[in-house]
Design a protein around this ligand. Structure first.
Ligand code: PSV
Ligand code: MN
Ligand code: MN
Length: 404
């Protein structure tokens, strides 16, 4: 135990922090990384191809295993179908296990087939709705094969112009399709429904906000829940409030972590607005300590949804994971008893200070101590860079499989 850490621990204990509890929470905290975050992706203007990018799902898993190896907190990987389509999913499951990984959420893709130009599950043509529903059912089968219990749906459907579509009719089509999908879920499976305010459609999106995701998932039943992607809100939206509200309703099932400055920028988590990330964790931790919300909080799938256009993929993923861990650690330090007292006394200044001071605390000594206790190196990024893996994969060449 370093002197720096001992000092840090003493200071926190004096403030009433239960360090043993904080460490346990940090050790059991896991975040899923996305297979597509290891591949090439771009903007609508250009995809810059990088050397050494995985050529298939197996290589994406190898890269994901590196992130898990150095951070100790990413044992599952989300897949996207058909980007990650293979003939034999048994082999995927097996290879993942060899790497110390499991397959996490299965993401259907209803946005890159020409047939979906005017919508998929909301398309006015029954045969296209059928095709999209079949794809969802195929993803449920894949999830069962790889022992995953999450289907994560983002629906890109929407329209570009007033009058282009019948809002209510499209809603009915979507409800019908989702009902069929919901009924095919296994007993322990969940359907997480993402929302997004705009893009690729620019006039309306069929699942535009959390209220719509909430309504669809409530009508479906307990196996359907809302997924919050941090990049999918209009500017200024109070995301932590949405999170608290959904926690209280038992209807939040997962996150897609990323960060943005303007729209759905998919930047490194915590790179632009780390305070928002911290405040979200503050709500999640508070809910985990409240009997009425503890179960919902315990079942949340924490996932990263990030696309790296110019960043080297593995270091960018490690950075995101570490930023998430840092925000989580800081949120664990909030003195909830004092906060409650301040709230009950309507002491605005004290309440704000209690939350902010936790955010301002340097948690690096704590994280290093936790990593050591987990048998990890204290600096995961430096250890990865030194490992030489980044150089080794250059032999894969250019033209790896990415966001396509
Ligand atoms: C859409 O913007 C989204 O957030 C969905 O989750 C997709 O599956 C993912 O991005 C693809 O990067
Ligand atoms: Mn997403
Ligand atoms: Mn997105």
């Amino acid at each position: 135990m370093s002197d720096e850490y001992k000092l840090w621990e003493k200071k926190q204990q004096d403030k009433g922090v239960n360090i043993g509890w904080v460490k346990e929470r940090l050790k059991s905290f896991k975040v899923e990384t996305p297979s597509w975050g290891y591949g090439d992706s771009g903007t609508r203007f250009k995809t810059f191809k990088q050397v050494g990018v995985p050529r298939n799902l197996f290589e994406k898993l190898e890269d994901a295993a590196q992130v898990n190896k150095y951070t100790g907190m990413c044992p599952t990987v989300a897949i996207h179908i058909p980007w990650d389509k293979v003939d034999d999913y048994g082999k995927v499951k097996e290879y993942a296990a060899q790497l110390g990984l499991k397959i996490g959420a299965v993401n259907p893709n209803l946005f890159q087939d020409d047939d979906y130009k005017f919508g998929s599950l909301t398309n006015v043509k029954p045969d296209i709705r059928r095709k999209a529903t079949e794809h969802m059912l195929e993803c449920i089968d894949i999830a069962k094969e790889v022992d995953s219990n999450i289907i994560s749906l983002w629906l890109a459907d929407g329209t570009n112009y007033p009058g282009q579509g019948d809002f209510r009719m499209r809603k009915h089509y979507l409800e019908q399709c989702l009902k069929e999908v919901y009924d095919a879920l296994g007993d322990n499976m969940r359907l997480l429904i993402e929302y997004k305010c705009f893009e690729p459609a620019f006039y309306h999106t069929d699942i535009a906000d959390w209220g719509m995701s909430y309504t669809f998932s409530s009508k479906l039943g307990p196996k359907a829940q809302v997924l919050v992607d941090l990049g999918h809100h209009l500017q200024g939206t109070n995301v932590e409030h949405i999170v608290a509200f959904l926690l209280d309703e038992g209807k939040i099932g997962g996150f897609h972590f990323n960060n943005r400055k303007y729209a759905d920028d998919d930047l490194i988590v915590g790179s632009i607005n780390p305070y928002e990330l911290f405040l979200i964790f503050n709500e999640l931790i508070t809910a985990s300590l409240d009997e009425s919300t503890a179960q919902t909080a315990a079942n949340i799938a924490y996932m990263i949804d990030q696309s790296h256009c110019i960043e080297p993929k593995i270091p960018a993923m490690i950075r995101s994971v570490l930023n998430i861990q840092t925000a989580y650690a800081k949120a664990l330090l909030v003195n909830r008893n004092e906060l409650k007292q301040a709230q009950e006394a309507d002491d605005v200044m004290a309440a704000e200070a209690i939350v902010r001071e936790a955010f301002e605390t340097d948690v690096q000594p704590l994280l290093e101590a936790v990593r050591e206790e987990m048998g990890l190196q204290p600096d995961p990024m430096a250890t990865y860079i030194k490992s030489g893996y980044g150089e080794k994969i250059l032999s894969r060449g250019i033209g790896g499989k990415g966001w396509e």
